[in-house]
Design a protein around this ligand. Structure first.
Ligand SMILES: [Zn+2]
Length: 350
């Protein structure tokens, strides 16, 4: 293998670890690519954990027709990457993230104005929000293409109810751009949602004793293996509203469930019933219980639920923000459960 290509593959693997460590994604979501010629780029594979990737898993894809070399399938968002390489000859790297703050503000179609000169150099003057397309679809690819044509000076885009895609000269610059985008998005988020967190400095005392007992009952009655308690400021603030969490984000509906209920701590029957079809339930005023069949599952549900609550709180404060349509949300939940359970079965049989 050409030394330059081998090194680029290693850089992509290292960037994948960074993507997980910096919490820009959960599980195998998000993807990274780097251009190696006018018509080719290297990209992370579809559905593989970043921690196990080797050079052989990084796929070479043709920009013009999306054909790829070898047996490993490229990321399902390879088409989005290809559009950006095609439209932007100076793009050397593309990353797709599910970072918290940028995803939370992506529920509004407004996009993000950038007013800091350092950030403008990385992102452009505006980070526009594209039209909606479900993950991995041609509709999403076309939405990114249209936005990139309409905003030729923007190097980052919000994918509505999903995340971001960023093109840069190289991988290091793309990560700097992702960080700048997260800071700019957080500033806007905090400004709009500030009233929701009046007591954010309060010490966390963990779940109340009654909630701890409830978790033990859930484990026994539902046969749930792993339970995590979520009480970040966003989850706690949302749980005080006593309402269902609508499907504000793609990964929220996929991994945690659609329309997650909120019940009083004393209503253990409803709390337990909610977990039959979902991986999370809110306890009014106290946060939420997240479940999974492995510790990683439960932890991913917790991480995604926190982001989902942030998106919901933002969406409830800005006009024009909408959650996913119910058909899109339920379809994504179904596909995720079907594919994921099949994959878990296959892994067990290796
Ligand atoms: Zn994604």
């Amino acid at each position: 293998m050409d030394n330059r290509i081998l090194q680029t593959k290693r850089d992509i693997i290292e960037a994948g670890h960074l993507l997980s460590q910096k919490k820009l994604i959960a599980r195998t979501w998000g993807n990274i690519s780097a251009r190696i010629s006018e018509n080719q780029f290297l990209i992370t594979p579809s559905g593989r954990p970043y921690r196990t990737l080797t050079e052989h898993d990084i796929v070479t894809v043709n920009i013009s027709d999306l054909s790829y070399q070898g047996d490993v399938r490229p990321s399902s968002e390879a088409g989005v990457h290809a559009e950006l390489y095609r439209l932007r000859p100076d793009a050397g790297a593309v990353i797709h993230t599910h970072q918290n703050m940028a995803s939370a503000i992506s529920v509004s179609p407004d996009g993000l104005q950038i007013d800091n000169a350092d950030y403008q150099a990385l992102l452009g003057d505006v980070v526009p929000c594209t039209a909606y397309g479900m993950p991995g679809t041609k509709k999403l690819r076309t939405a990114v293409k249209d936005a990139a044509v309409r905003y030729p000076d923007s190097r980052a885009f919000l994918l509505p109810k999903h995340g971001t895609v960023i093109e840069s000269a190289d991988l290091d610059t793309a990560f700097a751009a992702a960080k700048a985008l997260e800071c700019a998005a957080e500033k806007k988020y905090r400004h709009i949602v500030k009233d929701e967190f009046p007591d954010s400095q309060q010490e966390k005392s963990g779940p109340p004793e009654k909630a701890r007992k409830l978790c033990a009952v859930i484990r026994r009655v539902c046969g749930v293996k792993y339970i995590m308690y979520a009480d970040s400021e966003a989850v706690t603030a949302f749980s005080k509203k006593g309402i269902k969490l609508k499907p504000w984000l793609d990964d929220l509906s996929q991994i945690a469930g659609v329309n997650i209920g909120c019940f009083d701590l004393s209503d253990s029957r409803s709390l337990i019933r909610e977990l039959r079809h979902k991986n999370a339930v809110f306890i009014k005023g106290y946060g939420a219980v997240c479940t999974g069949s492995t510790p990683e599952d439960a932890s991913a549900v917790k991480m995604i639920l926190e982001k989902g609550c942030m998106a919901a709180l933002y969406g409830m404060h800005v006009s024009g923000a909408r959650p996913l349509s119910m058909p899109d949300a339920f379809l994504q939940r179904f596909i995720y459960q079907h594919k994921y359970s099949k994959k878990a079965y296959a892994d067990k049989n290796l």
